[in-house]
Write a protein that binds this ligand. Structure first.
Ligand code: CA
Length: 337
């Protein structure tokens, strides 16, 4: 009898360990997919100071041990920071922690931050400190309303733009003519940490914000039909004009998304893709791309199998526990009679 109990206990331990391993494999924690060569994190060791550095900066940018200040709260400043390593991931998610703060009262501050995934890097210009007619993707965190006719939206306003090098960003209209989508977000002078996430996977661009200290992502932009090549560079820039703010980047963390592609897709030369958006395709038509949890990854056949295995093992464990409890009860009954 003792031998059987020992066997049950061993089986239970084995199954629990097995269950743990299988479950943890499924969780697919993004931490293990963090790409350090494309990430900017405290204390920013070696940023810009050595030939092997993975980040360069320009202009008013000041790198301290706890933040990267693209511009101080002073007029007519421009600064940027750029990853020196081109990104060849097909599916990625960038988490940016930022802080926009200054002494300017309501509507008396500007101009904002732009986050980039572009062909060229370190090309200063008029679009939040970076060049116009860029090739690639831009996400604007626009804190100043230039377009006094566009009162239907409140500022700060976050928007996305994809450019093949032919379109100008229209500051006078806050980029409205070229924006793919956007949302208003209170990102300025917040006491708590503020975050933005950009996900690009299978032609779908999603921007989420976490600025209300709730530790959850809120959808801002979600569009399909977006085509971006690999081999571009991540960067961030900011500018002030007559009005100003401190524009700080605390971190930029790039995660690889584990997404399967068809052999045809894999065989394409992704570096040759021209940035474009097929606006005919609404994101709701993207039923072939069932993305579940925003921070997680879509379920593949393999993962579904593991989930089922996990469930099966759970049932077995329950059975074993039940058997042990039943056996214990039997023994207790024996003692009483
Ligand atoms: Ca503006």
């Amino acid at each position: 009898m003792g031998g059987f109990r020992a066997f049950l206990r061993a089986a239970l331990v084995f199954l629990t360990v097995e269950l743990y391993l299988v479950c943890c494999d499924i969780t697919d924690g993004n931490a293990e997919h963090l790409k350090r060569e494309h990430s900017l994190m405290k204390p920013y060791q070696g940023v810009g100071s050595s030939p092997t550095s993975q980040w360069d900066f320009w202009g008013s940018t000041l790198v301290t041990s706890s933040y990267v200040r693209l511009t101080p709260d002073e007029r007519s400043k421009q600064g940027s920071i750029w990853n020196t390593v081109p990104c060849y991931l097909k599916d990625w998610e960038m988490h940016v922690q930022f802080k926009v703060h200054g002494s300017g009262k309501k509507n008396l501050h500007g101009d904002g931050i732009a986050l980039w995934y572009t062909k060229d890097r370190l090309h200063p210009g008029p679009v939040f400190g970076n060049q116009d007619q860029f090739l690639g993707l831009a996400i604007f965190l626009d804190t100043f309303r230039n377009d006094l006719h566009g009162m239907d939206r409140s500022f700060p306003y976050i928007s996305a733009m994809v450019n093949n090098g032919s379109v100008n960003y229209d500051h006078g209209r806050d980029g409205r003519s070229s924006e793919l989508g956007g949302c208003s977000a209170e990102i300025r002078n917040r006491e708590h940490d503020t975050y933005l996430a950009i996900r690009y996977s299978k032609g779908r661009l999603t921007v989420m914000v976490d600025v209300d200290d709730k530790n959850e992502w809120k959808e801002c932009i979600d569009i399909g039909g977006v085509r971006l090549p690999t081999g571009y560079f991540f960067g961030a820039s900011a500018a002030t004009g007559d009005l100003s703010d401190n524009h700080d980047i605390i971190s930029m963390k790039l995660y690889q998304l584990m997404v399967e592609h068809t052999p045809e897709e894999e065989n394409l030369d992704w570096t040759k893709i021209e940035p474009s958006v097929s606006l005919l395709k609404s994101p709701k038509d993207n039923i072939d791309d069932p993305t579940g949890n925003f921070r997680g990854t879509p379920l593949t056949g393999w993962k579904v199998f593991l989930l089922l295995l996990c469930a099966l093992l759970g049932i077995v464990v329950c059975g074993v526990v039940g058997a042990v409890v039943f056996q214990k009860r039997q023994e207790r009954n024996k003692r009483f009679y």
